[in-house]
Design a binder for this molecule. Structure first.
Ligand code: TIU
Length: 222
């Protein structure tokens, strides 16, 4: 039995590691680079960059071992038909979803600012899920892909911890997936929100799942 040293207690990996997917949430220029959606909302995007080399190390292990990798991208159709008016109204910055920005239209699929950052570009065989919401299960085919591939366990990484990452982890937990959030492979524009999210996950006996450091995860995958 392979265990990952985790909180609130050890996380057991299945004997068939093909059942474990690395889920990389929204590591996009729109959130990590100046001129995108994150900055348009008034955030200091530099808070997120420390996750990049850590997610890259996890990604390299999953690629080397030929284990499943999923990337998600938050974005909308150019005509905004998949963006509820309520979401368009959110935020009080000068730039809104769909407005032209320095990297193309804000949070619009296909625009250069909406792309996954260069360091974590997907390779053939890795599935990229475009999502209109914060959760990666809402109006996407993620769940059917996971079931089709027999995936039961998720190593969750990406940004931002308390928004798209936590929403997705709760959605996955409700659907029966064994979720582990990799502590140093996720970040928030508000470091205190990240810490609170980790505490929420670990509380009540791990009611939403587990958290562990990337080093502990990588040790278990060898
Ligand atoms: N604003 C913020 O913290 N996050 C988002 O809008 N989306 C994601 O978390 N990806």
């Amino acid at each position: 039995m392979v265990l990952i040293a985790a909180q609130p207690y050890d996380y057991e990996l299945p004997s068939d590691l093909q059942k474990v997917a690395l889920l990389i949430i929204d590591m996009q220029r729109d959130f990590l680079e100046p001129g995108g959606f994150g900055e348009a909302l008034g955030n200091d995007v530099s808070h997120l960059s420390a996750t990049i080399p850590i997610i890259k190390s996890l990604l390299e292990i999953f690629r080397r071992r030929q284990l499943p990798v999923f990337h998600t991208v938050e974005g909308h159709q150019p005509d905004l038909s998949d963006c509820p008016p309520s979401k368009l109204r959110r935020g009080n910055g000068q730039l809104k979803i769909g407005d032209p920005g320095p990297m193309g239209r804000i949070l619009i699929l296909g625009e250069s600012g909406n792309a996954i950052i260069s360091e974590l570009q997907p390779i053939p065989g890795e599935i990229v899920i475009s999502k209109p919401g914060k959760g990666a299960f809402y109006q996407t085919s993620l769940e059917s892909y996971l079931h089709k591939q027999g995936i039961t366990h998720l190593m969750i990484t990406g940004v931002t911890t308390e928004v798209c990452v936590q929403t997705t982890m709760r959605e996955a937990n409700d659907r029966g997936f064994e979720c582990l959030l990799v502590e140093d492979a996720t970040a928030s524009y508000f470091p205190e929100f990240k810490e609170s999210t980790l505490e929420m996950i670990r509380a009540q006996g791990g009611i939403v799942g587990w958290t562990a450091t990337a080093a502990n995860v990588m040790q278990a995958f060898g």
